[in-house]
Structures are given as C-alpha cells and as structure tokens.
Design a protein around this ligand. Structure first.
Ligand SMILES: [Cu+2]
Length: 399
C-alpha cells in the first residue's frame, strides 16, 4: 500500500514539474530567442564545458594516483616479476603521455574553434604528408610494444626445464587450496578425481610408485632463488591461482593440468622488513586499532594485529566462499625449507595410517561429525592460516 502511495506521489510531482515548465515557457517575453539553431552564446557555453570536462578528468586522474597509490603492490618477489613490471610501466607510460596530450588538444580545440558568427570554416580537403605521419607513428609504436610484449610473454611463460625446477602441484577445490610436493624423485604421482576417497583428497593414484613419496600440505613453502614449476589441477570448477606478489596467475581448469614456473627472490622475512611493508603493516594496524576501539565499546571480539604473509588467492568467482579461498605462502632459505618439508608425512605413510585406523573401528567415528561439513564450506581459511600444515588437517577438513 505504501509503495502504491509513493508511486502516486512521485507521478503527481512529475506532472507538477511538467506544468511548471510550461508556465515558464508561456511567461517568456515574446521577443526572446526560441530558435533551435545554436547561437554564439550556446557555442561559448559548450566550448567552456568541453574545456572544463577535460580539466575535471585530469584533476580526478591526479587525485586517484595520489589517493590510491598506496594500494600498489610492492617490488615483485620473483625473477620474472621485474620484467613484467617494466613491460607494464612502459606500456602505461606511453599510453598515458599520448592520452593526456591528444585528449587535452581535442577538448582545447573544441573550445578554441567554437562556432562564432564572424568565423568562417576553412575548406581543407586532405594532406597526404600529414596523414602519413599520423599513421606511421602509431604503427611503429604499437608494433614495438607488441613485439616487446611477445618477447616478455614467451620469456615468462616458457619454463626452462634445464634448470631442473622443483615440481609442486597446486590443487584447487571449492573453497581452498592444497599443495603437493613431488618428493625425492621430483615426479608427481598420477592423480585423478576418480581416486578421491577418504584421506586421499587429491585423488592420487595409489598404484603409482611415484606418488608414494608425494607430500600433501595446506600451506605452500618455497625455497628462495630456486625455480619452481607449478602444476595446477582443479577438483570441481574453474579457479584461478593468483600470486600477486610474484606477478603470476594461471587458470586452474577441471580435467586438465596447467602449469606456470617462477623463481621467488625475496623471502617472507625480507619482505616483512622492507620499507614498503613496514609502512603498510603500520597503517593497517592503525586502522585496526581504531576499529578495535569501536568493537570494544560494542563488547565484540577485537581484531588481531596484522602481520604480513605472502598468499595465493583464487581469482575466478568460483562460488559462495570464493572470497575466502586463499593459501599462505612462505618463502624461506633452503635449509628452513628442507627442515619443514622433512616434517611433512608422505602420501604413502598417510595411506598406511588410514588402513591401520580402519582396522580399529572406535577410531573412525570422529569424521562423521555433521558440523565438520560446514567447516569445509566457509571456514577453510582459518585452517590455512593456522599452523596445521600436515596431511592430518586434510583429513579433518574433508570428511
Ligand atoms: Cu576458486
């Protein structure tokens, strides 16, 4: 009923406005200019508006750089990352300079050569030399950019297998990530969704001997300055593995294996110590403290202080909890990495434990808990951030 009344009121207001405008029209002096053809005054107004619009655009652009510049990513933490950033910077710089000049001229000329009674348009048929110049310059510039881009692309995308990269599988499912290390042999065991059962959440083929020493974990550790070749697999829908700090992204497609290789160059600790990150963490924590005061006043739980960690995100909207789909990445020295990897159980041992457990009936009850299913839906992230990086966490999450 209220909606109906609101509609009637709005309709009546519209009619009133229309009637008032008619009264204004009628009350105009009879000698006023009612012609539809633009006169000098109209042209001047439009000329000024054209100029004002481009000034507005530039002011907004400068403001955005000023205000949102702090959201830029820091220096790339991978070998190819700086190449990628340079390509991006060169392209943007060229586009920006050309855009600022041409857009400015366009609007300025619209103002300068606005119509005036006394002005007469010049008839100018064509000029081959001019046309040649404004065609050849963009052709050369664009061709240069494209060739430069192609070289950079092939440099980044072609994995140099002679460097003997470490093979790591990144496995995506709604809504979390797992990583599988290839073990001593640096060869991943075959896997297929058809083999998914119980603790074998990634569907590793038990009959493949290469899979026995594979290690499945919930956070990604990488040794610094060592090339890594990632093999991506998805359990369900299309995901996208996005490593913003390493300038890497790859589609994760169900039914096929995609790959991307890079070499991390800055450890998590070094990144934390960097000027950029110290500043960033400080400002995030200042905001959190302000928020905490409000939360405290409302008697709600407060936020923990923020500490920087690299992370892997999903960059394809893949469902309800897509926003929460992330995995912590730790870049560390080779010794630390080896020590960490040493602690992780192999797939073979996890499977052996499972079959032992199955023989003891009293142990198999815990996983039937209906609440654990909800956990897997929305709160996987909490598991990722905790220290449970062994395969046991995998078991708990998925039954
Ligand atoms: Cu996803």
């Amino acid at each position: 009923m209220t909606v109906f009344l609101v509609i009637i009121v709005l309709a009546l207001l519209a009619v009133t406005g229309w009637q008032i405008s008619k009264i204004f029209d009628l009350s105009k002096r009879p000698d006023a200019d009612t012609s539809q053809i633009a006169n000098d005054k109209d042209n001047r107004l439009n000329g000024i508006l054209m100029l004002a619009f481009v000034i507005f655009l530039y002011v907004i652009t400068i403001y955005c750089f000023w205000e949102y510049g702090r959201f830029y990513l820091p220096e790339a933490a991978s070998e190819h990352g700086s190449e990628y950033d340079t390509l991006m910077f060169v392209s943007i710089a060229i586009i920006m300079v050309v855009q600022v000049i041409t857009q400015g001229l366009l609007h300025f000329f619209a103002y300068k050569y606005k119509g005036e009674k006394t002005k007469k348009a010049l008839f100018y048929a064509d000029n081959d030399k001019l046309e040649f110049i404004w065609t050849i310059i963009p052709v050369i510039t664009l061709a240069g950019l494209i060739i430069y881009g192609l070289f950079t692309w092939s440099d980044i995308m072609n994995v140099n297998t002679e460097e003997d990269p470490m093979i790591v599988e990144v496995y995506a499912y709604q809504f979390a990530w797992r990583a599988r290390y290839a073990g001593e042999d640096n060869t991943l065991g075959k896997a297929n969704v058809r083999f998914i059962e119980g603790v074998n959440q990634l569907g590793v083929d038990e009959s493949d001997s290469y899979g026995k020493d594979d290690k499945i974990v919930t956070e990604l550790h990488l040794p610094v300055n060592k090339p890594v070749l990632f093999k991506f697999r998805s359990q369900d829908v299309l995901h996208s593995a996005y490593f913003p700090f390493f300038r890497a992204q790859m589609n994760v497609v169900p039914g096929m294996i995609t790959q991307f290789g890079f070499t991390p160059t800055i450890t998590s600790e070094e990144m934390r110590q960097s000027e950029y990150m110290v500043e960033k963490v400080k400002s995030v924590n200042e905001e959190r403290n302000e928020r905490n005061e409000v939360l405290q006043a409302q008697g709600e739980p407060t936020l923990d202080p923020y500490e920087f960690e690299y992370f892997l995100l999903c960059n394809k909207i893949c469902g309800q909890a897509h926003y929460n789909m992330q995995m912590k990445i730790v870049v560390e020295s080779e010794e630390d990495f080896n020590a960490w990897l040493e602690e992780q159980p192999t797939f073979g041992s996890v499977m052996a434990d499972q079959s032992q457990d199955a023989d003891r009936p009293e142990d198999s009850s815990g996983s039937e808990d209906p609440a654990s299913e909800e956990d897997a839906e929305g709160e996987d992230n909490t598991n990722n951030q905790s220290q449970e990086s062994d395969a046991v966490a995998v078991v708990e999450n998925n039954n």
